[in-house]
Design a protein around this ligand. Structure first.
Ligand SMILES: Cc1cc2nc3c(=O)[nH]c(=O)nc-3n(C[C@H](O)[C@H](O)[C@H](O)COP(=O)(O)OP(=O)(O)OC[C@H]3O[C@@H](n4cnc5c(N)ncnc54)[C@H](O)[C@@H]3O)c2cc1C
Length: 341
């Protein structure tokens, strides 16, 4: 192709990277089949500062969050579309033990930065006998809206081709091809030695009388208001089979978890599934192929693509164009060193 870079895959990884390469004056052709049920299109898009059973700040949050928010905000202006929503996130404790753990952690400076003073107040529709706290600096990306706006602009400009790249015979380009295939990259040459731990996730759309403008979050579940009495809730983790087919078990699991704190009636209006490209605990992984340097890998966004993608897409673009370094922690070379290949 007559272009500097071909990007195979137009999910969060490929789309953020394409914007960064274009920003560095590169000519880019991005190729994606625009399938509906991909990890990026199914994702809730949440950016959550304090997460998990351990009540820890998300990996490198203080560095990644400002870059991500500025990235999406700038594109909202350029594309004339709205897709990033800042929103308080309320952690609903699931037990007394969790509340006690929080009392010890809440004053830690790296945590206090992302937490509102005082305890959370809950609407009547939420059952929160152990209380909770409110996070600041969180929000969500309407990923489908972000991709639609980006891809719509690129179709007009001839930057996006709809289709699939033949991975056995990669297209010619002046500088190389970047594979941003998400979980579809698992076991695929020439990066078939990268150890994936991809995880299927299922997510429900609800309509409910629950009235809240905050995300409710409990270990293993969340409830995201998207306006006009509509909500998204999820998400499951399963490892077999890795497909995008919603299941009865998945729906039951999601409903059981959200009923743990949601007292209001609801109706399920949608049910979707996707496969998260997990390699190393939701950290990005990237770099050139060791013997075919014109083929580049950008993947591993795991469960946190919205937060992680902009920062590392910029790092990769600057590596490819300006020969700047890739941090060890996200460098594909480290996988090679570990495997002794
Ligand atoms: C249920 C669920 C909930 C989630 N919730 C969140 C969340 O709240 N917050 C968050 O940050 N993240 C969330 N994630 C994770 C997030 O979706 C991922 O981190 C991110 O979408 C991964 O993006 P990607 O571009 O690497 O992969 P993908 O989105 O899978 O994109 C890969 C693209 O490559 C295309 N492709 C495949 N083969 C070819 C080929 N041969 N040629 C061209 N194109 C090809 C595919 O069609 C696809 O469009 C969630 C994921 C799931 C499944």
């Amino acid at each position: 192709m007559e272009t500097d870079w071909v990007i195979a895959g137009g999910g969060l990884a490929g789309t953020t990277l394409a914007w960064e390469l274009l920003g560095l004056g590169q000519e880019v052709k991005i190729v994606d089949p625009l399938e509906r049920e991909t990890s990026s299109r199914v994702a809730a898009g949440l950016v959550t500062p304090v997460t998990g059973k351990g009540l820890n700040v998300s990996w490198r949050f203080a560095e990644l969050q400002p870059v991500a928010v500025a990235f999406y905000r700038e594109l909202e202006v350029r594309l004339g579309a709205k897709f990033y929503y800042e929103m308080p996130i309320v952690r609903v404790f699931g037990s007394e033990k969790e509340r006690v753990k929080w009392e010890k952690k809440r004053e830690w400076p790296e945590i206090a930065e992302w937490v509102e003073d005082g305890d959370a107040a809950f609407p009547e529709t939420v059952d929160a006998p152990f209380g909770g706290f409110v996070m600041k600096g969180g929000g969500y990306l309407d990923v489908e809206a972000f991709l639609a706006a980006s891809h719509g602009r690129w179709r007009e400009e001839g930057v996006l081709d709809v289709g699939k790249v033949d991975l056995e015979s990669l297209p010619e380009s002046r500088c190389g091809t970047v594979l941003c295939l998400g979980a579809a990259a698992a076991g695929v040459a020439p990066f078939d030695w990268v150890p994936f731990r991809a995880a299927k996730g299922e997510i429900l759309d609800l309509e409910s009388a629950h009235d809240a403008s905050q995300v409710m979050n409990q270990v293993g579940t969340w409830l995201l208001p998207v306006g006009q009495g509509k909500f998204r809730t999820g998400a499951t983790y399963s490892w077999e089979p890795l497909d995008a087919i919603p299941t009865c078990e998945g729906r039951e699991d999601v409903e059981r978890r959200v009923r743990g704190f949601l007292k209001a009636d609801y109706e399920v209006t949608g049910h979707r599934a996707g496969v998260r490209p997990v390699i190393a605990a939701s950290k990005a992984l990237m770099g050139r192929h060791p013997s075919r340097p014109e083929v580049v890998f950008f993947n591993g966004l795991g469960s946190k693509g919205v937060l992680v993608a902009p920062f590392f897409a910029r790092m990769l673009a600057r590596h490819l164009v300006l020969a700047e370094g890739i941090e060890d922690e996200v460098n594909l070379a480290k996988i090679l060193a570990q495997s002794g290949s």
